[in-house]
Design a protein around this ligand. Structure first.
Ligand code: VGL
Ligand code: ZN
Length: 193
């Protein structure tokens, strides 16, 4: 149990420019994430991408009493992973938020993600993507709660800051829960291993 996996969280059209719930500057992180994906592939390490994957009547939508505009509805263009992200058959997709009655910001909530990681002898995850104050925060804490060590790539996440300070608070929360933080320009070997 000592493999490291990369998790790319929710880099989907609806969270990018022109999407229905755009995260400011989301697209800035794509080139950097692509470099990390290539590093993982060349090291034969596993790569996962989560997708927010809601049915059209999902409880998180304002139309159904939730907090958010309609976003990432299954099978729509908005729910597709951004086309510039290097996703191919080597990347395993994890869908979350599929139960219409349950908000699920964590990739570990209502999925078989932790069993899948354990099956592949993974004990450590490296996390990047969207959004710092929601799915990054909850997925990171979900990983820790499931017994994985978790490292977040600080410069390859972006957040919403619905209330100013939300992203900062999320980073403090992840840190207090035991997450580590690194920068992508550090030698990757520092965080694999
Ligand atoms: C997210 C709000 C609603 C996220 C998902 O991916 O961070 N945020 N659904
Ligand atoms: Zn959502």
């Amino acid at each position: 149990m000592n493999e490291t996996a990369l998790i790319i969280v929710d880099v989907q059209n609806d969270f990018c420019d022109n999407g229905s719930l755009p995260v400011p500057n989301a697209e800035q992180i794509i080139p950097g994430i692509n470099k990390i994906i290539e590093y993982f592939h060349s090291s034969f390490l596993p790569v996962y991408a989560t997708r927010d994957w809601h049915p059209i009547d999902h409880c998180s939508f304002k139309s159904n009493g939730g907090l958010w505009p309609m976003h990432c509805v299954q099978q729509t263009k908005g729910s597709q992973i951004h086309s510039e992200l290097l996703i191919d058959s080597r990347v395993t997709i994890i869908n979350k938020g599929t139960d219409k009655d349950k908000e699920a910001y964590s990739g570990f909530d209502g999925t078989d993600f932790s069993q899948e990681l354990r099956k592949r002898n993974i004990s450590k995850v490296i996390i990047s993507g969207l959004a710092t104050d929601y799915c990054i925060n909850w997925t990171t804490i979900g990983a820790l709660n499931n017994g994985f060590s978790a490292t977040v790539i600080s410069d390859l996440i972006r957040g919403i800051d619905l209330k100013p300070g939300d992203c900062k608070n999320a980073i403090n929360e992840m840190s207090k829960s035991g997450a580590k933080f690194i920068n992508s320009f550090d030698d990757a070997k520092i965080f694999i291993g």
